[in-house]
Design a protein around this ligand. Structure first.
Ligand code: GLU
Length: 597
């Protein structure tokens, strides 16, 4: 299966020739592309370009995905990078199989359920979420991204980690031109970044965010990627990078008088040493003749997208009143999130009642709760259902009282998603993150990358399936998705955006499958997001459309927000022709490219 066809010569070529003659416009010039031979879409032109070039030079989709991801670690360091984690869903043409890799961050062994309690509070008060919880050593999980890249390449790639890192090393060393999004993300994090000397030095040179149009270089990150290339991924989990990570977590590099209290974390070298990437079965959902494959626990993504669509399958959304159809989507999302919030957590730790949650009778019972109008109170919260009534396994750890989620999930625009296909028909759908934009705010001194704050995805109050425990992975919303259409098309899509990832991915399915939108239309369309939190968030002026007005008449309170998601996707047709698309405007817009136009 694993073919290691490429010689070191390819890596040398990539390093020496490609980046000196790099002409972006020649290969990637917009948010939509159509062609064959392979395709890439990411939020960043350089990352897409690098992915396309790896494909052009004979790399497969897995090689190109890792090369593009490493480039995003350079150009979009506030959303994702080697200091974080993610989930990769891969279609392998050889054997017609779907595999998924869980590279989620993991809690250190020395934490317990009091993780986010104020150590000075006699009553165990929780630390404020912002900035104390998110900008601390406490919040940092053991990163999974470097090992996920190495595992994906070892198992399914054709190039080595050293080879696919070369373009990103050149990019970090040579630099790139700062755009509005990059500068804005620094500006919005200015106070947090200024609290850490290493972060200030890298991202606030002279106390200011890098100017739009200036060249940003990150030689420390080039060095770190170089260590991974030369010494292998163990440089990160056992070598000098591991030591630097542990030191940063245990002794945050705070400035002399930080503007807020910065608490250390408990990560050790052993935590890094023992980290493993887990191969998981995909979630599988049938929806109107399509089969969707998603990411299973500890991500709630695939299961919750599946729950929403399973609830919707009982209605004919494609015909008739479009506002009634969106009303159904809102109500399905509300119920699916009530169950997600109550039951889903790391399957290594929690006996999740999956059989019940997925049983047709449970879904039918939940669907019966969906009325033709919104609930009377705009602050209504749906109660979770009881899946134990629909399965024979009693799941003793969950026999009530039903846990109530306490986590106030942020619906930010952090995280990033990329899709890649290759000439052999392999497809990668990959979402990865460092949690908040800017993660924990802590750059590992001398190594040039931000550490995640992923442990804030734990529900801070116990007992709960998603409460902090030693070695546990916090529940995620990431939903990298693949789907097979009745006509044999292979689709891939995904989005950033915290818990709105789930509603964006499900909403795109509805737009594509029920409403017949094209892929670029489904990516650009205004969005709705209901997560059992009272009002329904919308973007893109949805509230002003005729459908939005009618939803108001049906009792929905719509809450306009600036942006929901920034999706990318592709469709490979049975004849190999491929349509690939990125978000046109949200987050500054993304970039799509194909190998042959
Ligand atoms: N931590 C989030 C999750 O795993 C991703 C970060 C975000 O997109 O806000 O679901």
């Amino acid at each position: 299966m694993v073919r290691r066809i490429a010689a070191g010569a390819l890596g040398v070529w990539l390093c020496l020739t490609l980046w000196s003659t790099w002409d972006l416009k020649a290969q990637v010039n917009g948010a939509v592309a159509e062609g064959r031979g392979g395709a890439v879409a990411t939020v960043d032109a350089r990352a897409t370009e690098i992915g396309i070039d790896v494909l052009r030079r004979g790399g497969n989709a897995i090689d190109a995905a890792v090369a593009a991801a490493a480039a995003l670690g350079v150009t979009d360091p506030f959303s994702a990078g080697i200091g974080g984690g993610g989930f990769m869903v891969i279609y392998l043409n050889d054997g017609d199989r779907i595999v998924t890799l869980d590279g989620r961050e993991q809690a250190p062994a020395a934490i317990d359920q009091t993780l986010f309690q104020d150590p000075d509070s006699p009553t165990g008060e929780l630390l404020p979420f912002f900035p104390q919880r998110i900008s601390s050593g406490l919040a940092v999980g053991v990163p999974g991204t470097p090992l996920e890249w190495a595992e994906a390449l070892n198992r399914y790639g054709t190039l080595s980690l050293a080879e696919v890192l070369q373009p990103a090393i050149a990019l970090a060393q040579g630099g790139f031109i700062v755009d509005q999004t990059f500068a804005q993300q620094v500006d919005r994090n200015r106070d947090r970044f200024a609290a850490f000397s290493s972060t200030q030095a890298l991202f606030l040179p002279g106390g200011q965010p890098p100017a739009v149009g200036s060249r940003f270089r990150n030689p420390d990150l080039a060095k770190t990627y170089g260590l991974l290339a030369d010494q292998g991924v163990n440089a990160f989990y056992r070598g000098e990078i591991a030591a630097a990570i542990v030191d940063t977590v245990q002794h945050p590099p705070a400035v002399a008088e930080p503007p807020f209290r910065i608490l250390p974390g408990a990560m050790t070298l052993t935590d890094l040493d023992l980290y493993e990437v887990r191969m998981r079965p995909p979630t599988v959902t049938s929806y109107r003749g399509y089969t969707l494959y998603g990411m299973g626990l500890p991500s709630s993504g695939g299961l919750t997208v599946g729950a929403i669509l399973s609830l919707l399958e009982g209605f004919d959304l494609g015909q008739g009143d479009r506002s009634l159809a969106w009303h159904r989507v809102i109500e399905a999302e509300r119920l699916a999130f009530a169950d997600r919030n109550a039951y889903l957590g790391d399957p290594e730790y929690v006996d999740v009642p999956l059989a019940g949650l997925r049983s047709p009778d449970f879904i039918a019972a939940r669907r019966a709760l969906m009325g033709d109008r919104a609930p009377a109170s705009p602050d209504f919260r749906a109660a979770p259902g009881n899946p134990l009534l629909y399965q024979s396994d009693p799941s003793p750890s969950l026999t009530g009282p039903w846990p109530t989620a306490q986590l106030e999930e942020q619906s930010g625009s952090s995280t990033t998603h990329l899709v890649v296909s290759d000439r052999s028909g392999n497809v990668v759908s990959y979402t990865f993150t460092i949690e908040s934009i800017g993660g924990s705010g802590m750059v590992v001194p001398d190594y040039g990358f931000l550490l995640n704050n992923e442990l804030t995805d734990f529900d801070p109050v116990s007992p709960h399936p998603n409460s902090p425990e030693p070695g546990k992975r916090p529940r995620s919303s990431m939903a990298p998705t693949l789907a097979r259409s009745p006509e044999g098309d292979l689709l891939a899509w995904g989005s950033p955006g915290g818990p709105t990832i789930i509603t964006t991915v499900a909403g795109m399915a509805v737009n594509l499958i029920d409403f017949g939108l094209t892929l670029p239309e489904a990516i650009a369309a205004p969005r709705i997001s209901q997560r059992n939190t009272g009002p329904t968030q919308v973007d893109g002026g949805f509230e002003q459309t005729a459908i939005g007005q009618r939803l108001g008449e049906l009792g929905h309170r719509l809450d306009p927000v600036a942006e929901i998601g920034a999706a990318v996707g592709l469709i490979v047709r049975p004849d190999g022709s491929t349509l690939v698309a990125a978000e046109p405007t949200r987050r500054g817009g993304g970039w799509a490219g194909v190998v042959e136009r």
